[in-house]
Design a protein around this ligand. Structure first.
Ligand SMILES: [Zn+2]
Length: 81
C-alpha cells in the first residue's frame, strides 16, 4: 500500500493500485463531472466564438464559487453539477 494524494480534494489516502487518483467514489464522480463540464464549455466556446462569457471565465467562476464554499473545484463539481 502506498500513500497517494487525491487530485480532487487533496487528501492523502492509501491504495494498492498504482494508478489511483481519487480517494473515493465522490471524488471520482467530481473529476468526471469536471471533465464533462469543461468539454461542454469548450464546445460552446467553439460554436459561439463571440459569446460574452468565455471558457476560462466560466472555469474561474466555478473555482471561486468552490473556494467560497471551502471546497476544491473537483469537490464543488461533485456536489453541484
Ligand atoms: Zn478526494
Amino acid at each position: 500500500m502506498a500513500e497517494r494524494i487525491c487530485v480532487v480534494c487533496g487528501k492523502t489516502f492509501e491504495s494498492k493500485y498504482s494508478g489511483a487518483k481519487y480517494c473515493g467514489s465522490e471524488c471520482r464522480t467530481g473529476a468526471r463531472k469536471v471533465q464533462c463540464f469543461e468539454a461542454r464549455l469548450r464546445y460552446e466556446a467553439s460554436r459561439l466564438p463571440s459569446a460574452k462569457v468565455t471558457y476560462s471565465d466560466k472555469i474561474s467562476e466555478a473555482v471561486s464559487e468552490a473556494r467560497k464554499n471551502g471546497m476544491s473545484y473537483g469537490q464543488w463539481m461533485a456536489q453541484n453539477r
